[in-house]
Write a protein that binds this ligand. Structure first.
Ligand code: KG4
Ligand code: ZN
Length: 359
């Protein structure tokens, strides 16, 4: 089944052609990062207007790169939420209209489930990718890592999923396709949000995550020690104290940018890798599946692999940050089960794992 998938939940307009939820024949990402950088963050109205301008060309490019036309499609899918409403509406409505006009099945996909399913794109195929307009590849420290080798085995259940992005930091137990149980998550800032805010404090360009990772390469251990909120007895996270401590360190003026970036990144990685490995062990998970933009962080990837007793699966960086191939992957599995979304269905802006699937 060949699916056209569209993603427009935040500041990336993306389209992909995905076959059977596993093979990405194309994956086009038009990043708006340069547009928002001057404001130091995403401006929702600017984002939705840019989606309107980009969506047509991006879909055309995804079709062209896959060497197919609308006649070759079996279904259309789009991100339904969570995300910015003005951004979601553009991709969701474009996909609906296309499905309606061509009389094709239509499916709305949860963005976070999409991030998790990027782990299936690595199996049995190869995820091609290129960028349209402003190149998304300029905003990550190591995006050139190639996808997993063709013939990779599929992820195995039960799996512990770490969804770590600009909007979410969730630990979710996945017993099978579409079955989720949230066991922990952030009580305040998401990890990516903390990276972005600390990046701004350090005077680094937006988004801060990849910039901090880059600055940290020049840093190392120093007299600066930032606090780790372990939230004992829970699998929750809290990054606001760490963020405030980083702000005090910046104001104190005793440490340079690379030293603060290094210690901040180590603190986040320590907490996230520590809690994830412990929960995986406690659950007896067969694998750990990592997903979301922050999963492209090299130190986090290293430390998760080191600390987890079971296999850790992390998509290549270009499939960790927002893209439409992951939406096509999640859609592939649900469409194969016969699931469809009614044209009356609306978008949503905040997530509830219990509604994504029965545990
Ligand atoms: O998944 P994503 O592309 O969008 C959301 O769904 O939020 O994640 C974006 C987040 C941003 O906060 C960005 O700073 C962070 O991922 N990020 C990183 C890295 N690359 C992207 N954080 C740390 N290290 C990176 N290399
Ligand atoms: Zn995302």
């Amino acid at each position: 089944m060949r699916v056209l998938a569209i993603e427009s939940s935040c500041d990336e307009t993306a389209a992909a052609i995905v076959v059977d939820g596993r093979l990405a024949e194309s994956s086009i990402v038009a990043s708006q990062v340069d547009l928002h950088a001057r404001y130091g963050g995403i401006v929702p109205e600017v984002a939705s207007r840019q989606h309107l301008a980009a969506i047509g060309p991006v879909v055309r490019e995804a079709l062209a790169e896959a060497g197919c036309t609308l006649d070759d499609l079996d279904a259309v899918a789009a991100t339904r939420g969570p995300g910015l409403s003005g951004s979601l509406l553009v991709g969701y409505n474009f996909a609906k209209a296309l499905a309606f006009g061509r009389d094709l099945p239509f499916l709305g996909v949860n963005h976070l489930e999409g991030h998790i399913y990027a782990n299936w794109l690595m199996a049995n195929g190869h995820a091609s990718s290129s960028s349209a307009n402003q190149d998304a590849s300029s905003s990550s420290d190591d995006r050139d890592a190639s996808p997993g080798p063709a013939g990779d085995p599929e992820p195995t259940f039960p799996a512990l999923c770490l969804v770590i992005s600009g909007g979410h930091t969730d630990l979710v137990f996945m017993r099978g396709h579409g079955r989720y149980q949230r066991l922990g998550g952030t009580r305040d800032d998401a990890a990516g949000e903390a990276f972005d805010k600390v990046g701004r404090m350090l005077g680094l360009p937006f988004p801060g995550g990849p910039q901090i990772a880059k600055a940290a390469l020049e840093g190392g251990p120093s007299s600066l020690k930032l606090p780790r909120a372990w939230m004992h007895g829970t699998f929750d996270f809290s990054f606001s104290g760490l963020k405030t401590a980083a702000l005090h360190a910046v104001r104190e003026g005793r440490w340079d940018v690379p030293s603060i970036a290094w210690e901040f990144q180590e603190a986040v990685v320590d907490i996230v890798a520590g809690k994830t490995s412990r929960l995986a062990k406690e659950l007896g998970a067969a694998q750990v599946l990592v997903a979301g933009g922050v999963a492209s962080n090299t130190r986090l990837r290293e430390e998760l692999a080191l600390r987890c007793a079971v296999a850790v699966r992390i998509p290549p960086p270009k499939l960790c940050t927002d893209n439409a191939a992951m939406i096509g992957a999640a859609a592939g599995f649900r469409l194969a089960l016969g699931q469809r979304s009614p044209f009356e269905e609306d978008i949503f802006t905040s997530n509830d794992w219990a509604r994504v699937g029965e545990a």
